[in-house]
Design a protein around this ligand. Structure first.
Ligand code: ATP
Ligand code: MG
Length: 659
């Protein structure tokens, strides 16, 4: 394809242009929301390709699969080719590991499996059970500790010493057992994907050199949300001879410090990469002036920031003030939003131009009910993930076991699905497998299992026979493999066996097979292991299909990087925004304010903020106070409305108290 540089360089401001056409050396684009940072990243990649840089020599990383996909599509439109190495931190690292993990020499192979948070907790539960002192601890707490340690490039011990944990020694043993078992099962967790690549780059100069020669240009969007591990990884990935790194970010939008993100990484960029070109983009191309004024005024209350104002690139025609809607209850909140959506739709705006944000997932239920009642199509991002559904996890366990016989967690799941063999028998099989120097599943699949097992038990022999048949099913092509396992294990029959209506389960299973067939078409050479690794990396926000004409509902955290003409933010109340868990800590309040700021700056034309006077809440309370952040919004850019239907959900108790 003939690449047109005119297309690549059109509709850019002078500052954007100088960032896009920058060639060698470090560069930081630091700018406010909606100023074209992501546009600069995509255009610069296209520009580099137009300057005869091979697409495979460019590595671009961002935080969500959705943002990565959007970037790929935009670049594809400009240069006719989608560069392979544009992805999330995790997907790019998963690809490196597929190539190099064996160099680590810890027994893991390229067919490694990625454990998601559920698998991780199941494994930790086993480790905790083996340590009676820690039996009362929840796997979630340990998972969080391990993840925090890995993202900060520390050991769990270092974290615990700082925080004075009880039973630290026993917990440490649990953490160690967890790592050993992961390794033994040829598995990694999400943080390992990055950690192991960083280790490879640090400890193996030969690999570092290959990578440095291979990737000539490194680009990172949303740099403000990098944690210490990502920061270390980036420093290792950059070739020090050229320092070709291009980072973009906005410190006001750092909303992941609870996961270890550290926006001082942006502040230190010049120190880390001396002679960096710093480009600031001053104008906002997204939102109308009232929205920008409201957002600027809000964020100016954060003490810990560098002052900058958001200026609209051009005056908007008939700009709408930010609506501040006080409603009687959560029911009224849903009703008001549904009515407004309906009006906007009837005025010719497709549903996909509208988004509803909230602080916590549990707020979605009431909103969802209101939309269902009003007959408005919607998608929820980040509810129960498709791949976290029970029937899908079951099916995946079968597939994982075929690829990786060391996956003990999947063997347990498969055994529980089929029935007949319980945890005790599985432990005995494991013992026997160890004596034969093989994995349990491999042992079960041996034609001479009966002789090796020696003990009696028709059920075990039957199970082994069944495992052998499972193992003999084809692994490629991927679509065929998934369908074969589905039929072999009789998932249709099982869908009817479980409680509740089977339709949704059958649909999900069908969706999974279709998904595998599509994958097979798009990735002709890929095997089942690549398919499973890709699935494990799918984040919540991927569920969003921008081509379907629906309203989207999501948490404020998921909304990062996106934009919508019409934005509704529900629950702008104390204990929701800021969240109840954060009110004691001024730093966390600043982060909540940044989160609110991210929400408001997603809106192009109209933003509505809702607060309810009463709401059924997890703390049993009903009366709600408006968020402290509302007082920080400028009166002249706000229009206030009250909406209070005679609400049937108001509890009697409340009425009595008033009288
Ligand atoms: P965020 O901080 O929210 O991630 P951002 O800085 O990455 O925002 P973009 O998403 O790149 O901003 O751009 C915001 C909007 O402005 C997009 O719709 C984009 O197409 C548009 N835009 C950016 N630059 C220009 C320009 N020079 N001319 C016209 N529109 C532009
Ligand atoms: Mg962006």
């Amino acid at each position: 394809m003939n690449i047109s540089t005119d297309d690549i360089l059109k509709n850019l401001t002078e500052d954007q242009l100088s960032a896009v056409t920058h060639l060698d050396g470090p560069m930081l684009v630091v700018a406010g929301a909606g100023s074209g940072k992501t546009r600069v990243v995509t255009r610069r990649i296209a520009y580099l390709i137009s300057q005869r840089i091979w697409p495979s020599q460019i590595l671009a990383m961002t935080f969500t699969n959705r943002a990565a996909r959007e970037m790929q599509e935009r670049i594809g439109r400009l240069v006719g080719e989608v560069p392979r190495n544009v992805g999330t931190f995790h997907s790019c690292c998963a690809r490196f590991l597929r190539q190099y993990i064996e160099v680590l020499g810890d027994g893991r192979t390229k067919d490694y499996i990625i454990f998601d948070t559920d698998d991780q907790k199941a494994l930790l539960k086993q480790c905790l059970n083996d340590h009676p002192v820690t039996a009362g601890l929840s796997p979630g707490i340990i998972a969080e500790l391990i993840s925090r340690a890995k993202s900060a490039c520390l050991t769990p011990q270092e974290i615990m010493t700082k925080e004075a944990w009880d039973n630290a020694e026993a917990i440490l043993e649990v953490c160690q057992a967890y790592e050993n078992r992961l390794r033994a099962q040829n598995a990694v967790d999400f943080d390992d994907l990055l950690l192991l690549v960083a280790r490879l780059l640090r400890e193996r100069p030969a690999i570092r050199e290959i990578i440095h020669n291979h990737f000539r240009y490194l680009l990172v969007d949303e740099y403000q949300d990098t944690n210490h591990l990502q920061y270390e990884l980036l420093k290792l990935l950059v070739n020090p001879a050229t320092n070709n790194i291009h980072a973009t970010g906005d410190p006001d939008q750092c909303i992941y410090s609870w996961r270890g993100a550290d926006y001082s990484n942006i502040m230190n960029f010049e120190k880390d990469f001396p002679n960096a070109v710093i480009i600031r983009l001053e104008k906002n191309f997204r939102s109308s002036e009232h929205i920008l004024n409201a957002a600027s005024s809000l964020i100016s209350n954060n003490l810990n920031r560098i002052d900058k104002t958001l200026i609209p690139a051009a005056p908007t025609e008939n700009p709408q003030k930010v609506r501040l809607v006080t409603v009687g209850s959560d029911r009224d909140e849903g009703l008001w939003i549904a009515r407004r959506i309906r009006t906007l739709y009837l005025n010719g705006n497709p549903y996909r131009t509208m988004a509803v944000f909230y602080r916590t997932n549990r707020q979605s239920r009431a909103l969802e009910e209101a939309l269902v009642r009003a007959g408005i199509p919607y998608q929820i991002i980040g509810g129960l993930r498709f791949y976290a559904r029970r029937e899908i996890k079951d099916l995946l366990a079968f597939l994982r076991l075929k690829v990786n016989p060391a996956d003990r967690i999947s063997l347990e799941r498969v055994a529980a699905y089929r029935g007949g063999v319980g945890p005790k028998t599985l432990a005995a099989i494991e013992q026997c497998a160890r004596e034969h120097g093989m994995e349990s599943f491999t042992l079960l699949c041996q034609p001479d299992f009966a002789q090796r097992w020696k003990k009696k038990g028709a059920k075990v022999l039957d199970f082994a026979n069944w495992c052998r048949q499972l193992n003999d099913l084809p692994c490629t092509p991927v679509g065929h493999a998934v369908a074969a396992v589905h039929d072999f294990a009789d998932f249709t029959h099982h869908a009817y066996d479980r409680e509740g209506p089977p339709e949704a389960r059958l649909e999900n299973l069908q969706e999974m097979i279709t998904n595998a067939i599509l994958y097979e078409r798009e990735h002709e050479e890929a095997g089942l292991n690549e398919f499973l690794q890709d699935i494990a990396l799918v984040a919540d926000v991927d569920a969003h299909d921008p081509d379907r004409d629906t309203v989207v509902l999501m948490t404020l955290h998921c909304a990062k990087g996106l934009e919508f003409p019409y934005v509704f933010i529900a629950g702008v109340e104390e204990d929701y925004l800021p969240h109840a868990n954060t009110v004691a800590d001024p730093d966390q309040i600043e982060e909540e304010r940044r989160l609110f700021f991210v929400g408001i700056t997603r809106g192009r034309e109209e933003v509505a903020l809702l607060n309810a006077r009463a709401r059924a809440s997890w703390d049993g309370g009903w009366e709600r106070q408006p968020s402290r952040f509302i007082r920080e919004l400028p009166m002249e850019d706000i229009v206030r409305t009250n909406f209070n239907l005679n609400n049937p959900t108001m509890p009697r108790r409340q009425t009595f108290r008033r009288w």
